[in-house]
Design a binder for this molecule. Structure first.
Ligand SMILES: [Zn+2]
Length: 163
């Protein structure tokens, strides 16, 4: 069986950054299971998995535009501390929830910088702008059910949805 659209794929992986620091890994934990061809994982990794077979192992580096995107400067805001009710409790690396406009949807921002005057909030994905280095092994393959294909995601033991 080859990996192609509508195959349920399970992989073990280790993800490192440009400095070889491990960002995420399935080693010693649950492998990742997804429905191939439905955009369930980042585009660069999905493209690399196309045509692979059970037990295939490979390494691939994925540029930001095929991973979590390039950094959008319009999502980075420098805001005066006085605008925050609880600025004393805001620390670098924290996540805060906010809106870009009064009626806009609520979104997650990372606190990028805190100084005496300002707090810098970043609405980009934490991995935006980064080249991602994956070490992957295909550990399980099966055909998707009709229901999984209709939903566009995996059900069952390794799936994220139980409906
Ligand atoms: Zn479903």
């Amino acid at each position: 069986m080859k990996i192609t659209k509508n195959i349920v794929v399970t992989i073990h992986y280790t993800l490192t950054d440009d400095n070889s620091e491990v960002i995420d890994s399935s080693q010693g934990g649950e492998p990742l299971t997804y429905l191939h061809g439905h955009g369930g994982i980042i585009p660069g990794l999905e493209a690399e998995l196309e045509g692979k077979m059970l037990d295939d192992a490979f390494k691939v580096s994925i540029q930001p535009d095929l991973a979590y995107g390039v950094i959008d400067k319009n999502l980075i805001f420098r805001i005066n501390r006085s605008s925050f009710a609880d600025s004393k409790n805001i620390k670098t690396g924290m996540q805060v929830r906010g809106q870009l406009t009064k009626e806009g949807p609520s979104m997650i921002f990372w606190v990028k910088e805190v100084n005496n005057e300002d707090i810098v909030l970043d609405g980009n994905h934490p991995l935006a702008g980064q080249t991602l280095h994956f070490d992957v092994k295909v550990s399980e393959l099966r055909n998707a059910t009709k229901e999984e294909i209709a939903h566009g995601h995996v059900h069952g033991p390794h799936g994220h949805h139980s409906h």
